[in-house]
Design a protein around this ligand. Structure first.
Ligand SMILES: [Zn+2]
Length: 319
């Protein structure tokens, strides 16, 4: 999926409607803040807004639509800090871009990503632009949550919070992409309604391999047929993902132990799950799920991943 592809935006129809109505009535705020987790479509929505501003009919054929689709529109700027701090330099870049009149469109649109991660200087510099926005300019800020953005910036922005998509919508998209039904079911659950995340994982070969390997390892650990430290060696090479897998896996186990009708997220790996259940009583699965939460806290507190995963794998292996 192209990063900017405005066609790739699904769900959150009310937000799109409100934005388009603002554009049609000339009442769109100069500063918009799109909030939502990574993969929720903030960048895609920004491109969609630009597209509507540049070509009210969204024709898809005019030079403006074509330039935007090719990511070369002179009146559209995306400033991406790749997850790192947004610095003064980037705030200045935004200001310089917006302070000259549009080239071909009626507006200039600048998007500044990761505004939950601003340096103080960048925040102050932005504040000045937002207080006196240049004519015909729209500034779109994105952040993981409005709560993590400087209140002075939030108060100057129209805030739109993107919500997760209905699971049926994600499943449908994945099946259209030819993912088998069982794997679609898993990815839909695992991506928690965040389409961008699901699509990224769909294409990630390592992801599927790591998952398969982990399912086998958990099964072997619970049956005490595997050295826990070997698994720890493996898991700590992809710590966050490993914990995500473990958590979903254990949650499936706990729920299946409570309710036999439960359809596990990992239903495509049912045979592995069943052997795990045979070797792990309910109270142990619950305790392990708890250990996972603790492991996550420790990783966030920058504990050594080796120690965190050694401890977790040992707990799985222990009777
Ligand atoms: Zn057009």
């Amino acid at each position: 999926m192209s990063k900017y592809n405005p066609e790739g935006f699904y769900g959150n129809e009310r937000i799109v409607e409100a934005l388009f109505q603002g554009i049609e009535t000339g009442r769109l705020a100069n500063t918009l803040l799109f909030a939502g987790p990574a993969g929720s479509g903030k960048k895609t929505l920004a491109a969609k807004v630009a597209r509507k501003l540049f070509c009210p009919n969204l024709c898809g054929r005019c030079p403006s639509c074509k330039m935007l689709a090719r990511e070369i529109h002179p009146d559209y700027l995306l400033i991406s800090s790749e997850g790192a701090l947004v610095k003064l330099e980037q705030a200045r870049q935004l200001k310089a871009f917006l302070s000259t009149p549009p080239n071909t469109a009626a507006y200039k649109v600048a998007v500044l990503e990761n505004c939950h991660n601003l340096t103080v200087e960048a925040g102050n510099s932005l504040l000045k632009i937002l207080e006196e926005p240049p004519a015909a300019s729209i500034c779109i800020l994105t952040a993981d949550s409005a709560d993590n953005v400087l209140p002075t910036l939030v108060s100057r922005s129209q805030v739109y919070t993107l919500t997760a998509l209905p699971t049926a919508m994600i499943s449908e998209m994945l099946i259209k992409k030819k993912l088998p039904e069982n794997q679609s079911w898993f990815l839909t659950g695992f991506s928690e309604g965040i389409l961008g995340r699901a699509l990224e994982l769909l294409e990630d070969h390592d992801f599927w391999q790591q998952r398969q390997q982990m399912a086998m390892e958990i099964q072997e650990l619970l049956a005490r047929r595997r050295d826990p430290l070997l698994s720890s060696d493996n898991w700590q090479t992809f710590p966050d993902r490993a914990l995500d897998f473990l958590e979903y896996w254990l949650r499936d186990m706990v729920r299946l132990q409570i309710n036999q009708d439960y359809i596990p997220v990992n239903k495509d790996l049912q045979a592995n799950l069943e052997e795990c259940l045979a070797n792990c009583p309910e109270d142990k699965s619950i305790a392990l799920l708890d250990q996972c939460a603790q492991a996550r806290e420790r990783l966030q507190a920058r504990c050594n991943p080796r120690l965190v995963f050694d401890c977790l794998a040992l707990k799985m292996w222990e009777v």
